[in-house]
Design a protein around this ligand. Structure first.
Ligand code: HEC
Length: 716
């Protein structure tokens, strides 16, 4: 113990000395495409690396240089999704574990330097995609979020910075002023640094009663709030009249959960937002709902509004802007235009002028269907970019229907024909609407990789149709005298079955819950249900009063106990919910209903808006027919493009990590990871050796027991 401590101390001192030498030599740090000091490779979120030691000629030779499996994740607690994109500063990698502990490790060997546990042994909720580094006046800090707090940690010692906020942390909950509901806030994507500010979005619940997703900036030393931008405008603010008068007091969401991009020279932060809540129902928030589903340009120093572009008016499809946009430069008629390229879940790419927000590639406002839900008013038009063409399917024709046999084809056709679909932006109705793309995209939070030399954007995408079915759900489930079990079952079938299946056996990436009662304590289960985790939404407000009932159903108990909850019994109010939200549209044997590809990778020349190539990403051997191309597969996480001519991407749920030729999409290298690489790779160099790191989630079949970071390099 004592020796261990001394060794640790020696390591810290040595490390501090090295870091200080480097830091004394340079006061202001220019972000270069050769380092990975910021989430997604830099403030421009371009997922680009200028390193070329690993290239088309030698990529086949790369091998695992080191792996790091954090020790904190308990054996019996298995996270399905570990989405961290680590950062590397002066040879040190900073990452969070799936359990949400912060680590500093030697980025050339994977050896641990220190760790910091923000939650002091408690479970970390949800996902966290990385951390933020800041330095100034000879000080270096790492900012990490956990629960609803932001922590400032000394990058050298791994100790909380006591000068920051309250003993090293600040509470991020949105103030209650004038609002009736709690302002619970978490973060899934790291904040971004501008001068001495850390700018943060937030993840909030997606059901009614969610907090409003204000954008805020805090002083990095004191933790004091520097500015707030109201994404749901208050009286007198621009955009207020795009909502009902009182909405600013009850509407939630319009939050930035997906990260931001920053133009350091212009001092502008580009903030993409999600939809207002409740996701699929907007009768209580009629109007276009600024700044929901907007790309907002703000003065990074003051938070002052510069411009916005709304990609979905009055969103009733959960088409959140899912990723930080890419800061790109387009050549048009011999002129260079600085632009911002925003990928979307709809499969559209909006390319806008960085100074004004006007489309650089043409967009057309088109009429879309009206809603059939009483009280709902879908916005009459929506913006359709004419170029580039969508990178995801937005309709299902007869040729798109999956044909494993004549019988399954006819079945699939019938299912699809029964659903309402008049193009993308068909509102959800009571009978069932076909949503394609579904809420999983299109694009997701991995975003695009932009080749700064060639002006090409690489973007991965899901092809995942979904059903939208609105139902009036009574807040009281106690019609007649029901058992705890029956009440829990009803709650489950209403809110959980689309993802975990009618029989709790799980579907796709949504886990099997049949043994959950043995695997987790009641408190852990309730925490997950109320906080949500990765794609699973939080059920805080809905769960209230049904805790025992849902636990009884999940653990197959409470079959003779009567559900008693006088408060709920008398609650006669109803809510209109999309009860099939975020599920998969599958056939009766849980197979895909549309043709492959189910996941794709596209290369788009942004100067022309034309596609250079598009390929299926990933493969599902169960369905690949002899002689056919790979099927493509569901994917989360994004690509990195390098000056070595490569596009690196894992993301697929077939546990592969791949490198493609950026010029033509040819597969040059692939390897089997110990689990799914549901993250963006990080590319960096130390002492002349190039490394590529990818976070690996626990395998779906639990064939390895931990999530961790796996790093590749050429043999020494
Ligand atoms: C949109 C799809 C979706 C819905 C709806 C959903 N879940 Fe989940 N659930 C998931 C996913 C995905 C995970 C895995 C989360 C992770 O990897 O962090 C999960 C994880 C869980 C876990 C933890 C499982 C484990 O093995 O650790 C429990 C318990 C759970 N869900 C219960 C519920 C209950 C109860 C409901 C309904 C109130 C529900 N879920 C609704 C997608 C969903």
């Amino acid at each position: 113990m004592a020796i261990d401590f001394l060794r640790h101390l020696a390591k810290i001192t040595l490390f501090a000395a090295v870091l200080l030498t480097v830091i004394n030599g340079c006061n202001s740090r220019n972000i270069s495409y050769e380092s990975w000091e910021v989430y997604k490779g830099g403030p421009e979120a371009n997922n680009y690396s200028a390193l070329d030691q690993i290239n088309k000629e030698n990529v086949q030779e790369i091998e695992v240089a080191w792996s790091f499996y954090p020790e904190d994740e308990p054996e019996d607690f298995k996270f399905w999704k570990y989405e961290c994109n680590p950062i590397v500063v002066d040879g040190v990698m900073f990452l969070t574990s799936a359990w949400r502990q912060l680590y500093a490790i030697d980025a050339s060997s994977g050896k641990e330097l220190w760790s910091f546990d923000p939650l002091e042994g408690k479970r970390g909720g949800g996902v966290l995609r990385g951390v933020t580094y800041w330095e100034g006046n000879g000080e270096q800090r790492i900012f990490v979020t956990a629960g609803n707090r932001l922590y400032s940690v000394d990058a050298i010692t791994g100790k909380a910075d006591d000068e920051f906020g309250y003993y090293g942390k600040i509470n991020l909950d949105i103030p209650q002023e004038g609002r009736t509901e709690p302002g619970d806030v978490k973060l899934s994507t790291p904040g971004i640094i501008y001068q001495d500010l850390i700018i943060l979005g937030c993840a909030v619940s997606e059901s009614s009663g969610a907090a409003p997703g204000y954008v805020r900036a805090y002083n990095v030393r004191s933790g004091e709030l520097a500015w707030t931008f109201h994404t749901i405008p208050q009286p007198g603010e621009f955009g207020y009249d795009s909502w009902p008068e009182e909405a600013y007091q009850y509407a939630g969401g319009a939050n930035n959960w997906a990260g931001m991009s920053l133009d350091l020279d212009r001092g502008i932060v580009y903030v993409p937002t999600g939809s207002p809540t409740y996701d699929y129902y907007g009768a209580d928030r009629l109007g276009s709902n600024l700044f929901g589903n907007c790309l907002i340009a703000l003065n990074a120093a003051t938070g002052a509004y510069k411009w916005h572009y709304q990609t979905v008016h009055h969103d009733i499809w959960d088409y959140d802007l899912p990723t930080a946009p890419n800061l790109v430069t387009i050549k048009q008629n011999g002129k260079s235009i600085d632009a911002v390229a925003q990928p979307t879940k709809m499969g559209f790419l909006f390319v806008l002028d960085r100074d004004t927000g006007t489309p650089v590639l043409p967009v057309e406002e088109r009429a879309v269907p009206s809603s059939k839900i009483p009280g709902e008013q879908a916005w009459p038009t929506q913006p359709f970019p004419l170029k580039p063409k969508p990178f995801a399917r937005q309709a299902i024709t007869e040729q798109d229907i999956f044909k494993l046999s004549n019988e399954s084809y006819e079945y699939n056709k019938r299912i699809i024909n029964e659903l309402w679909h008049e193009g993308i932006f068909t509102p959800t109705n009571h009978e069932g609407t076909l949503l394609i793309p579904g809420s999983r995209g299109g694009a997701e939070w991995g975003g695009g990789a932009y080749d700064v030399e060639k002006g090409v954007l690489f973007i991965n995408s899901n092809e995942s149709p979904e059903v939208g079915k609105m139902e009036k759900v009574s807040r009281s489930m106690a019609e007649g005298r029901k058992t705890l079990y029956q009440t829990g079952k009803k709650f489950y079938l209403t809110h959980c079955a689309t993802c975990h299946g009618d029989e709790k056996k799980g579907i796709g990436v949504n886990p099997d819950l049949t043994d959950i009662g043995q695997q987790r304590t009641s408190q852990e289960i309730l925490d997950i249900i109320s906080m949500g985790s990765s794609i699973m939404p939080s059920f805080t407000t809905l769960l209230d009063g049904y805790e025992e009932a849902i636990l009884a159903f999940l653990s197959e108990t409470g079959k003779s106990q009567v559900f008693e909850n006088p408060e709920k019994d008398q609650d006669t109010t109803t809510v209109t919910l999309n009860t099939t939200a975020h599920g998969y549209l599958l056939d009766s044997l849980n197979r895909p209903i549309i043709n492959p590809p189910w996941g794709t990778l596209s290369a788009i020349d942004l100067n022309t808006g034309d596609y250079l190539w598009k390929i299926p990403l990933g493969n599902d051997l169960r369905y690949q027919q002899p002689g056919d191309p790979p099927t493509g597969i569901e994917n989360y996480g994004g690509p990195v493009v390098t000056a070595g001519g490569l596009v690196f991407i894992a993301a697929t749920i077939d546990s592969k990590f791949r490198a493609f030729d950026k010029e033509n999409g040819a597969l040059l290298w692939e390897t089997q990871l110990p689990g799914n690489g549901l993250a963006n790779p990080a590319v960096y160099e130390i002492d002349g050796r190039q490394y590529v790191s990818i976070a690996v989630s626990i395998g779906e079949d639990f064939n390895h027991t931990k999530s961790g970071m796996v790093t590749f390099a050429l043999p020494e």
